[in-house]
Design a protein around this ligand. Structure first.
Ligand code: NAD
Ligand code: ZN
Ligand code: ZN
Length: 344
């Protein structure tokens, strides 16, 4: 079969590989769609040894059931499925509580991260990773598994402060951010303020439900402050889907006392946290800083329900498998709006 693999650190290329065979408890899925996540660029850029090579990338997968491994029941060929990408150990405290995204044995283990992913005609996954998607388009189902699930999980963490009329700032309206705006619009009654350095991303934010848009630049904090008021008031929740120094600083500078900073983007920036009471602290008092990772299987089921109800729709640009490397180049150049989805 054809597969797009990271053959060495930083090298992405299309190759021919044998079609894999599902082992006991596994299922061979015919890949229908796979999202190109910005995290794949971080994987490509990671130092040698952090991720295995060669590896087929692609952790945002939807497709149809093909062949069942020994002992698998409850699935039949042709069923349309989304793949939950995390594979926890199943026995640690995090996994036992249904929070495989908090696995203490395999912290970043999963399909397309620590074993072959979905940028291929087929992928083998444990049967327990499959969720039915009904008649949802597979190009829609794929982005739900990460671009949808990750902000959904982050928003769940902040649920107690997402009261009607409060303000939420979403920074970075790309694959994750444009889904975050829709999840907020569909499940809360908050005022949504979208921030991005790209004008097309801000247009998308408005189309999917943001109430205000703010271009990222030297006066971002001032512009947001005009909307949310002066400190110690501010945005009750800030979801940073970029995570570079500039966005982390802006996030910290606009969050309200008692608010939540949800640091979703893995852009390599740093946020100093200096708890003091006698001078302005770096992060307002009573404010939580959280670093959410992906989400749980139960949350993915809820995200799929939002998608099937027409409340969460990825803005998708499709590419055939042989153009996957080009799609990642465009993503790196900031020329993908919404989500690039590869159709093998
Ligand atoms: P993306 O490339 O689709 O979107 C990024 C958006 O941020 C773009 O619209 C871009 O214009 C904007 N942007 C870039 N720099 C900016 C700046 N300085 N100020 C304002 N806006 C800026 O990326 P994505 O796939 O949505 O992923 C976003 C981040 O989230 C990545 O770092 C990715 O690795 C990370 N991620 C984290 C998790 C997790 O579990 N925590 C899961 C998936 C992705
Ligand atoms: Zn991802
Ligand atoms: Zn575990």
């Amino acid at each position: 079969m054809r597969a797009v693999r990271m053959t060495a650190p930083g090298v992405l290329e299309q190759v021919q590989v044998p079609t894999p065979t599902p082992g006991p408890g596994e299922v061979l899925v015919r890949v229908g769609a796979v999202g190109a996540c910005h995290s794949d660029l971080h994987i490509l850029d990671a130092p040698p040894g952090v991720f295995p090579t060669p590896i087929t990338l692609g952790h945002e997968i939807a497709g149809t059931v093909d062949t069942l491994g020994d002992g698998v029941t409850g699935w039949s060929a042709g069923e349309r499925v989304a793949v939950y990408g995390i594979i926890g150990c199943g026995t640690c405290r995090g996994c036992l509580r249904g929070r495989e995204n908090q696995c203490r044995t395999v912290p970043v283990g999963g399909i397309g991260l620590s074993r072959d992913g979905g940028l291929a005609e087929h992928v083998v996954v444990p049967a327990s990773r499959l969720l039915p998607v009904g008649d949802l388009e597979l190009t829609q189902a794929a982005p739900l598994t990460d671009a949808g699930l990750t902000p959904y999980h982050a928003i769940e963490l902040a649920r107690p402060v997402l009261r009607p009329g409060t303000s939420v700032v979403v920074i970075g309206i790309g694959g994750l951010g444009h889904m975050a705006v829709q999840i907020l619009a569909a499940t809360t009654a908050v005022r949504i303020i979208a921030v991005d350095s790209n004008v097309a991303a801000l247009d998308l934010a408005t189309r999917v439900g943001a109430h205000h848009v703010v271009p990222a630049g030297p006066d971002t904090v001032e512009r947001i402050r005009e909307l949310v008021g002066p400190a110690p008031d501010g945005a009750d929740v800030v979801i940073d889907c970029v995570g570079v120094d500039a966005t982390l600083t802006a996030a910290r500078d606009v969050v309200a006392t008692g608010g939540r900073l949800l640091l979703v983007g893995l852009g390599g920036g740093t946020m100093p946290v200096r708890p003091v009471a006698d001078e302005p602290p770096t992060v307002p008092l009573e404010t939580s800083v959280e670093v959410p990772f992906w989400g749980t299987r139960a949350e993915l089921q809820e995200v799929i329900a939002l998608g099937r109800a027409g409340l969460l729709t990825a803005d998708v640009q499709t590419f055939p498998l042989e153009r996957a490397p080009e799609a990642y180049d465009l993503l790196r150049a900031g020329e993908i709006h919404g989500r690039a989805v590869i159709v093998p």
